[in-house]
Ligand binder design. Structure first.
Ligand code: AMP
Length: 548
């Protein structure tokens, strides 16, 4: 027997029309570096999204499910593109502006992007690549930046504001199948070519509802969210869509991602929430330690994308800012877990839950798989690779125009679950603790050492700004940990003291014998520790390693 319910498609168009009417007065504020930020209401964003869709269709000839790329910071125009492109039935392709040039060329060709909307400040990055981007028919430029670098460029160049001016502020959006592609994002490609993840209207809609649940970010129209996590990285963790559902105001930093302007915008715009990777919060902490600022409005922060050191959480607790740890991937839209502790606990009792990656929502099923393919119990001790499935989890990668979608064996199980490549344990209450990436685990004499556990313990030392631990070959044990440490300004290296400090919280056999001080931990295009680079530097003898 079938249900008697209506079958209304879950689409980005629906999120847009809801946000621009019911929450029409909510605002997107974009930092400009000028005395006044740019302020635009959701109603205005909706009207301009309609104008953009008219321009893309009538002037630039975008039809069907053609791909329209963005090479942009977080700002109001990027939000307009987020809604206009999927709602007209086309596919938004957010380009990661920190990808290596050859990777950018590769992803634009693979996605067959027809148009790119670009921030003027990023033209120096795009212009030299244009001769290698034959699929691009049009370049649309918005915001400040010298246009002359585009002189002689092959595709037609347009000014965003001129393109929108005078066009109708309503659009007869087509009826769409909710399973249709709405947006795509390529993984950051630390191993091999980037892989294309294609989000559907349905997956975005359901993911937005989850982001808004109180067990996740739980924001309302009384909130303002500082969206630092880039719109080019997993849809800014779904915030632009989720906020249009509930009327949460957005504060967009544009290109001002350095600690000083971030501190300034928090103090003056007083967001109640923020979302970013740990590196951003490390930088901001150093900034406000040196130049105190009032961050107290920002009661809640979502932190994820890489492991959040507990010491960082403690430091922000003291500032009245509560970091809530979350785990996810490009392939998971990204919300996979969030570390909101269960009810009825004291602050002290909450702590062991807060330092985990968090619990799974109903929409994400999880299992742990051991080295022999066996399913492991949720006992908080059995470590295995995490596999997930759900309505906003990728089931394949984009195979390119006309190509079959890709389901590489190391990324998808035979029964269709996503193999995350993350290794960890799950407690009997469903809280996930990640101990490593599968490829970063240190296999010492047949035992596993968690690099993340060592890093967190080292970063708890008051002289340490950052630390990354990698496996290096060892004649006796197979592999042993190498600790690379970034000291705080003014601190001097005392390896014996660091090792003694570590010995207080870590088993003796796990203590690294190899130590080195480095100026900064190498980072990937999305700000995560790039351990591949450290392993190569060690192999090439570039690091000055002390043994003790
Ligand atoms: P990306 O697809 O670039 O967002 O990278 C996803 C990967 O980032 C995951 O598979 C994890 O390895 C890592 N990651 C994300 N969030 C966390 C977290 N809270 N703790 C540890 N690792 C994380």
């Amino acid at each position: 027997m079938l249900s008697t319910m209506q079958d209304v498609p879950l689409t980005v168009t629906r999120i847009l029309s809801h946000g621009m009417t019911i929450h029409g007065k909510s605002q997107v504020t974009t930092w400009t570096g000028e005395p006044e930020p740019q302020r635009r209401s959701f109603a205005e964003i909706g009207a301009r999204a309609a104008q953009l869709a008219h321009a893309l269709r009538d002037e630039l000839g975008v039809t069907g499910d053609q791909r329209v790329a963005t090479l942009m910071w977080n700002n109001a125009e990027h939000v307009e593109a987020y809604f206009a492109i999927p709602s007209m039935g086309a596919v938004l392709h957010t380009l990661n502006l920190r990808l290596a040039p050859e990777q950018l060329v590769w992803v634009v060709a693979h996605a067959d992007d027809q148009v790119v909307i670009v921030n003027g400040s990023l033209l120096p990055l795009l212009a030299p690549l244009l001769p290698h981007l034959p699929s691009l028919r049009h370049v649309v430029v918005t915001g400040p930046g010298d246009r002359s670098v585009l002189d002689g460029a092959a595709p037609r160049v347009h000014e965003y504001e001129e393109l929108l001016a005078g066009r109708p502020t309503a659009y007869d959006w087509p009826d769409l199948d909710e399973r249709q592609a709405a947006a795509m994002c390529y993984t950051s490609g630390t191993t091999g070519d980037p892989k294309g993840v294609v989000y559907s209207h349905r997956s975005i809609y359901l993911h937005s509802m989850q982001v808004n649940m109180t067990e996740s970010m739980g924001l309302t129209d009384k909130d303002t969210s500082l969206v630092v996590v880039p719109q080019f990285h997993v849809n800014a963790w779904g915030l632009p869509h989720a906020t249009f559902m509930t009327g949460v105001n957005m504060l967009m930093p544009d290109r001002f991602l350095q600690p000083a302007p971030l501190a300034e915008m928090i103090e003056s715009e007083r967001p109640t929430h923020a979302a970013a990777v740990p590196t951003i919060w490390q930088g901001l902490l150093a900034e406000v330690t040196a130049h105190p600022r009032d961050l107290s409005s920002m009661a809640r922060v979502t932190i994820g994308g890489a492991a959040c050191p507990p010491s960082l959480m403690e430091a922000y607790d003291k500032l009245g800012v509560r970091l809530c740890h979350a785990w996810g991937m490009t392939e998971t839209s990204p919300l996979g877990t969030m570390a909101n502790p269960p009810a009825g606990l004291t602050a002290e009792e909450e702590w062991p839950y807060r330092v985990t990656q968090g619990r799974f929502p109903a929409g994400v099923e999880a299992r742990l798989v051991g080295p022999g393919g066996e399913h492991l119990p949720w006992d908080g001790e059995s470590a295995g690779e995490l596999e997930v499935r759900g309505s906003w989890i990728a089931g394949a990668y984009y195979g390119g125009a006309g190509g079959e979608d890709l389901r590489p064996e190391d990324k998808f199980s035979e029964d269709g679950w996503l193999k995350t490549g993350d290794v960890g344990v799950i407690s009997d209450e469903g809280f996930l603790t990640l101990t490593d990436r599968a490829k970063d685990v240190i296999k010492s004499g047949g035992e596993w050492i968690s690099s993340v556990e060592l890093e967190n313990a080292i970063m708890a030392h008051p002289d340490v700004a950052e630390a990354a631990v990698v496996a290096v070959p060892d004649d006796k044990w197979g592999e042993r940990p190498l600790a690379t440490v970034v000291l705080k300004e003014g601190a001097t290296a005392d390896y014996a003291a660091l090792k003694a400090f570590l010995a207080r919280s870590v088993a003796k056999w796990q203590l690294p014998e190899r130590w080195t001080i480095i100026p900064a931990v190498p980072k990937t295009s999305v700000g995560k520790f790039d351990k591949k680079v450290i392993r190569r530097q060690y192999a090439d003898g570039e690091l000055d390693v002390t043994r003790l």
